[in-house]
Design a protein. Structure first.
Length: 248
């Protein structure tokens, strides 16, 4: 039998409204708690998801499809919504986890609060869509990932090998323990998405996709996000501070 990996989710139209409401609440909490850099990375995640989902997978490769959209929503508008919700929450969540200093007081409690907020929020919006039937018209979204899986594995190996080298060199606060932590955060955020969708009856059960997506899919980006936060952002902050000093 030829290997095939198809990722499917089926949800009611009203799920999109609850999903956007939770995202808005998430953004407010990020701002109120002072997590400005994670919030900015959330907007970055929206842009990346839009480019990949709509630009590459849907428009160019045709491996992403969406069916049964309501008449008032175009595919482009749908992918704007689709990019906003998980782009904002997943990208900003991992940056919150990376931003919390293990040495700070109540670091563990802060991580637990955001993790419970993440899992509980995603599960609640799925159940609200089930129990509050505002619009039961179903939308089906799927992507055929058969040929992409091996490239995701290669990316994962390359990125974590880079982190290992940087940890050996003592760069950017990395250590073996920190590299493992990055992997766990990347695993947790995507596992949370997959399992809450599954529990809400939105994700079609597929054990291979559940395990692969959780362990590898977001972890093809988690190392890059860490390095952007602790290498790229400080570099530009120094440049900006230097320019401001010279202009005074």
């Amino acid at each position: 039998m030829q290997f095939e990996s198809v990722v499917i989710r089926i949800f009611d139209v009203d799920f999109m409204f609850f999903d956007l409401l939770f995202t808005a609440i998430w953004i407010i909490f990020l701002y109120k708690k002072g997590y400005i850099k994670p919030l900015i990375f959330g907007f970055f995640g929206i842009a990346i998801n839009m480019v990949v989902d709509y630009g590459v997978w849907f428009s160019f490769q045709g491996i992403r499809t969406v069916e049964n959209l309501p008449p008032w929503m175009s595919p482009f508008a749908f992918f704007v919504y689709f990019s906003i919700t998980y782009g904002m929450i997943e990208y900003s969540y991992v940056q919150v986890m990376f931003s919390i200093d293990s040495q700070q007081e109540n670091a563990l409690q802060e991580r637990l609060r955001w993790s419970v907020f993440l899992v509980g929020g995603w599960l609640i919006i799925g159940l609200l869509s089930f129990f509050i039937p505002i619009s039961d018209s179903e939308v089906t979204v799927q992507r055929v990932m058969t040929e992409q899986r091996i490239f995701q594995v290669y990316a994962l190996i390359a990125e974590y090998a880079l982190l290992g080298i940087l940890a050996y060199m003592g760069k950017f606060g990395l250590s073996g323990k920190k590299v493992l932590y990055i992997f766990v955060v990347g695993f947790f955020v995507h596992f949370s998405m997959e399992t809450t969708l599954l529990l809400a009856g939105i994700r079609v059960l597929d054990l291979f996709n559940l395990i692969f997506n959780s362990a590898i899919e977001f972890n093809t980006g988690a190392p890059i996000l860490y390095l952007m936060l602790f290498a790229v952002v400080p570099f530009f902050e120094k440049k900006l501070n230097r320019a401001e000093t010279l202009s005074q």
